[in-house]
Write a protein that binds this ligand. Structure first.
Ligand code: ZN
Ligand code: CU
Length: 487
């Protein structure tokens, strides 16, 4: 490379503070990008740039990785992905909680799959056809794919309220392998949900035995996050060991007032097992969860807000107790009448949320539900809330640490190549934010609101968000496990 070539770039972020994602202290530095890669970081005052962005007073960070999403169908149906790029998110992991869009094609809706979209969404009989559809119509951000166990069950079993037979397990294992060959990063389960509840540990292990050959992950919404949370952690780590794969606990929490404080036990258990096998976990920064409306979640919650209801659409955004009072029945009957429906459950102790968030191995994942009429605010607020509320305002951890756990830690845990760190040669997934003003604005009352303080977001070197607006660019890529995916 001649000197002249070295001093030129397409894009220069000038005058900012670089937080590189590794956890190291911020540094005054410029960042140069050419095409889809970072080409230099340092004092680049005399470089020539096609476009120079003055980022004085701002932080330049790796784009955030949302490791827990249900954005499978959103990638195709809402390709601008404003709810994520507005937070500085440049990659999402899809196919969580046992529910992936592929491999499955049918027209009859099944419980749980409503998290992903409507009937029309399910038209990908293989993982490779789905990933190919993302290649053909790319979204604004990158995506990493998991294959869902419940999705496999819907495809292989005539009814899901029983354990799979040996033949059905073989069908599911073969379909999982098709997905891994196509580039999926692992298997997810949602053993908590009806379509998988009757699956014994051995079923998951038998399906997951193929993970080892691909160095793939086991990711789980555990069977029990309340009373039985310790048994569920043990089950998760057993599956990870038997499948010789990294076990990742999704949206780690302890639910139910009587279980308040038990994150002390769960984190100690995670730390203990971490010494013997690869483990990871993610968390969202709220003391309320959200999923489909389920009667067995009501007892563990102090308040329940309806997010959508097919039977009674106007119930969206309202308290279940108010709806029940109007109906003249108890909350269980009211919940029954609203079905199918979704809800937000206030079911956690804030001290547990903060303890889990503060753990050095806690990745950040939103678990947002992109098609809910009145979604949990985590869909639009998760990452700025961790940066602004928990790091800056409450001082739970440094900004450098907050960024590390949304970038390099996540990239390492999901085997994303050349992403998650600001480093010469890495892909130019870059978020520029104002450390003084970054904050979530989405609330339980008004959940659909872009965060404040996110100035610029770039994916593969192209701008997707600028000063409160999407740009309409769609430079995202389907990321194949273990591959540096270039355009
Ligand atoms: Zn889940
Ligand atoms: Cu989830």
């Amino acid at each position: 490379m001649s000197d002249q070539a070295r001093d030129q770039c397409d894009l220069l972020f000038a005058g900012g503070e670089v937080i590189d994602g590794s956890g190291s202290r911020r540094q005054r530095a410029d960042v140069a990008v050419t095409d889809d890669r970072i080409v230099a970081i340092g004092d680049l005052a005399d470089w020539h740039a096609g476009r120079k962005i003055d980022v004085t007073g701002k932080v330049v960070a790796p784009g955030f990785i949302d490791v827990h999403t249900h954005d499978d169908y959103a990638l195709l149906a809402k390709p601008d992905m404003d709810m994520k790029v507005s937070q500085g998110v440049t990659s999402v992991v899809v196919g969580n909680c046992g529910f992936s869009l592929a491999p499955l094609s049918f027209t009859e809706m099944q419980p749980g799959l409503a998290l992903l979209g409507d009937e029309e969404a399910f038209r990908f009989p293989t993982v490779s056809t789905f990933i190919g559809a993302v290649d053909d119509a790319p979204p604004a951000l990158n995506a990493v794919f998991l294959v869902g166990h419940s999705t496999l069950r819907f495809g292989a079993l005539d009814r899901t309220d029983r354990a799979a037979t040996a033949d059905e397990i073989k069908v599911m294992r073969d379909r999982l392998e098709e997905g891994l060959k196509a580039g999926a990063t692992g298997l997810s389960t949602g053993l908590f949900y009806d379509p998988a509840r009757e699956a014994p540990t051995s079923e998951v292990i038998e399906i997951g035995k193929v993970l080892q050959d691909y160095g793939a992950r086991y990711v789980t919404h555990m069977r029990d996050e309340a009373e039985g949370v310790m048994d569920s952690l043990e089950e998760t780590f057993t599956i990870g060991r038997e499948c010789h794969s990294r076990a990742i606990v999704s949206h780690h929490k302890v639910m139910g007032g009587q279980n308040g404080g038990r994150s002390i036990e769960t984190l100690a258990c995670i730390d203990h097992h971490c010494q013997h096998q690869p483990i990871g976990f993610d968390v969202y920064p709220y003391a309320a969860g959200s999923t489909i409306l389920k009667a067995d979640m009501l007892a563990n919650s102090t308040r329940v807000l309806i997010t959508w209801s097919q039977a009674t659409p106007e119930a969206g955004g309202r308290d279940l107790t108010d709806i029940a009072a109007e109906m003249g029945c108890d909350i269980y009957d009211a919940a029954e009448r609203l079905q199918p429906a979704g809800a937000i459950y206030f079911s956690m102790d804030e001290a547990d949320v903060q303890r889990i968030l503060s753990h050095p191995n806690a990745m950040i994942g939103s678990d947002g539900l992109p098609f809910d009429a009145h979604p949990h605010p985590r869909l639009w607020g998760t990452f700025p809330r961790v940066l602004g509320h928990y790091s800056r305002d409450l001082g739970l951890f440094s900004l450098e640490e907050a960024v590390r756990r949304m970038t390099s830690l996540s990239a390492a845990q999901f085997d994303m190549v050349d992403r998650g760190t600001l480093k010469t040669g890495y892909f130019a997934d870059i978020t520029v934010f104002d450390p003084a003003t970054v904050i979530d604005t989405a609330s339980f009352e008004k959940p659909i609101q872009a965060a404040a303080g996110i100035a610029h977001v770039f994916v593969n070197g192209r701008e997707v968000w600028a000063h409160g607006q999407g740009t309409g660019n769609r430079p995202g890529r389907a990321l194949r496990h273990g591959h540096a995916v270039a355009a």
